[in-house]
Design a protein around this ligand. Sequence first.
Ligand SMILES: NC(=O)c1ccc[n+]([C@@H]2O[C@H](COP(=O)([O-])OP(=O)(O)OC[C@H]3O[C@@H](n4cnc5c(N)ncnc54)[C@H](OP(=O)(O)O)[C@@H]3O)[C@@H](O)[C@H]2O)c1
Length: 211
Amino acid sequence: MTIAVLGATGMVGSRVTAEAGARGHRVLALSRKPGSANPNVTPIAVDAEDAQALREALGTADAVVVSVRTDPVDEEFLVGTTRSVLDAAARLGIRVLVVGGAGALRSPDSQDLLVADNPAYVPSELKRIAAAGIAQLRSCQTRAEADWVYLSPPALLEPGDRTGRYRRGTDTLLTGPDGRSWISAEDLAVAVVDEIETSGAERHITVVHSV
Ligand SMILES: NC(=O)c1ccc[n+]([C@@H]2O[C@H](COP(=O)([O-])OP(=O)(O)OC[C@H]3O[C@@H](n4cnc5c(N)ncnc54)[C@H](OP(=O)(O)O)[C@@H]3O)[C@@H](O)[C@H]2O)c1
């Protein structure tokens, strides 16, 4: 397959790019300042705010992973970029996987409470980031005609080891065998490429580390 990764230089995007390339997929590595020495990876410089450039960059892809963010968080950018990708992908007939936020998940102990609104997971200083992730999911949900899946990471996502193992769930935050809601970015990337290769029926999924 040819898989485009928007945000290919980021913590998540670089691992998705490496995982997909290692499986023999051709990767279009999209970001403003891309670069790669992997022969399976084609770096393409594109600013996500340029919808036409984005459309052109996605032209030969079979699927696209959206894995962008800004610091500080910019909800308008996140939602606008997601919409541009969904619109282009719908026209091209390709699948979209959005790596979003844990805040959009339901709390494990209280299904009516989103993680974003649960102080046990999201302190007040991170609420704007969590809210942007929810807005990003809502922007997907308004595009019923597009083929998308929104992957919420667990509460903690950081660089680590690739074990190749994870547990998959749907719209409720998962915890692992040690009680922690955590996964390495490497194993999240395994889940991302698995989901692209063999798509499930659910539109909102999550994953957590496993033994
Ligand atoms: N627990 C959680 O819920 C959790 C934890 C971590 C991350 N996440 C989510 O995972 C996703 C990826 O996060 P990350 O940590 O990998 O982010 P990151 O390391 O900050 O990388 C962000 C990527 O976005 C690209 N980017 C930013 N602005 C762009 C623009 N205008 N045009 C094109 N590319 C642009 C950057 O590349 P350039 O600068 O080269 O353009 C970079 O590749 C985000 O949705 C984030 O919210 C969730």
